[in-house]
Design a protein around this ligand. Structure first.
Ligand code: UT7
Length: 329
């Protein structure tokens, strides 16, 4: 029996499109206000992709930064995994477009569909491939162009989301890794599939004039129910990742940037100060699968993680799905 390979993160990168939509801009489109959005969500602005720019384009930009940080060439990558709920096409996968544009000519490629848990699902998949000796260097990405799926007549959802991408290069620990992935968990509860839902566009409700007229190609959510679930699940995930470690060992929590109040309430439940959490929702909104890797990359580049410290990342989203990771930096 071959022994399990220890897996590390060699480099991270992110990309957010240039176009900024402030809360004041939102208030011109829908009945809302900067004050309401800031108080209820912590969001001040979000980035939207330019016309003609899609998810693969943002993946490529984030991935180039991660590859550069990792000092790994595209040819050295043997697997590309993209977590997204907004791929360029239903067919083929976003990861194949990314593989081609980056020149990862020795890589396999597939997408994972786990909504806001998409990046952690991609990370865990990459980690498992390397740990089992099935791949050596894996590029994992979380990216979304949610702006294309927002109903600007539904103020409860349209103000929440933004576009962007984040990436990480995973390698065997001995190969220039910055941090070792120590623990991972994934979970799901499909009985609540309708809490965050896009009804149209799939095999059950294919696109038709009627489905477009009924506005079935937009994201719908039951915000209050998600809120309750999110606080409990986020606190549970943090506690389970931290189990066996002291408070002092934990350097930083990188949570899914779902809502500033949800992060605050979860940290309060765990009994930790808010400054132990990386928060950038004010500048990006909720970028779903991109939120964790964008926050992680910003934290790394800001030097918020010191060597030896533990990093906990947690996410949850439509499905319902959830995931947690513990990394020794
Ligand atoms: O990543 C997973 C996807 N994310 C989510 O599913 C979001 C999770 N949920 C949330 O973040 C929060 O529930 C929201 C931010 C969506 C809503 O915040 P809330 O504190 O739960 O507000 P609420 O739904 O209880 O609504 C309170 C009031 C309502 O008015 P009434 O019924 O009290 O008169 C809403 O109609 O706020 C109203 N409202 C708004 N007012 C101004 C809802 N959206 C807006 C808005 N601007 N954009």
């Amino acid at each position: 029996m071959t022994s399990r390979v220890r897996v590390g993160i060699a480099g991270t990168g992110c990309y957010a499109p240039e176009r900024v939509l402030t809360n004041q801009d939102c208030a011109k489109l829908v009945d809302t206000s900067d004050e309401w959005i800031v108080q209820r969500t912590g969001i001040r602005e979000r980035r939207f992709a330019a016309d003609g720019q899609a998810t693969s384009d943002m993946c490529v930009r984030a991935a180039r930064r991660a590859l550069e940080a990792a000092r790994v060439s595209p040819e050295e990558i043997d697997l590309v995994v993209v977590g997204t709920l907004t791929p360029d096409y239903l067919l083929p996968s976003c990861s194949c477009l990314v593989q081609n544009q980056l020149g990862c000519k020795n890589a396999g490629a597939f997408d994972v569909a786990a909504a806001c848990t998409g990046f952690l699902t991609a990370l865990h998949t990459g980690e498992a491939f390397i740990a089992a000796g099935r791949a050596k260097r894996v590029l994992v990405i979380g990216a979304e162009t949610l702006s294309r799926f927002l109903d600007w007549e539904d103020r409860t959802s349209c103000i929440l989301f933004g576009d962007g991408a984040g990436a990480a290069v995973l390698v065997p620990l001995e190969e220039r890794a910055q941090g070792e992935i120590l623990k991972t968990t994934l979970g799901a509860d499909g009985s609540s599939f309708d809490l965050i839902h896009m009804r149209g566009g799939g095999s059950l409700v294919p696109p038709t004039h009627d489905s477009v007229d009924r506005k079935e190609h937009f994201i719908r959510l039951k915000g209050r129910d998600v809120f309750r679930f999110a606080v409990t699940k986020m606190a549970e995930l943090i506690e389970s990742m931290a189990e066996g470690h002291s408070y002092e060992e934990i350097g930083l929590i990188v949570p899914h940037q779902v809502n500033g109040r949800i992060i605050e309430a979860a940290m309060e439940r765990v009994g930790w100060p808010l400054d132990k959490a990386m928060i950038n929702i004010d500048r990006y909104g909720n970028t779903s699968a991109a939120s964790v890797p964008i926050a992680l990359d910003e934290a790394v580049r800001q030097g918020r993680l010191k060597p030896g410290q533990l990093l906990i990342s947690v996410a949850f989203g439509a499905g319902l799905t959830w995931g947690g990771t513990l990394v020794r930096w």
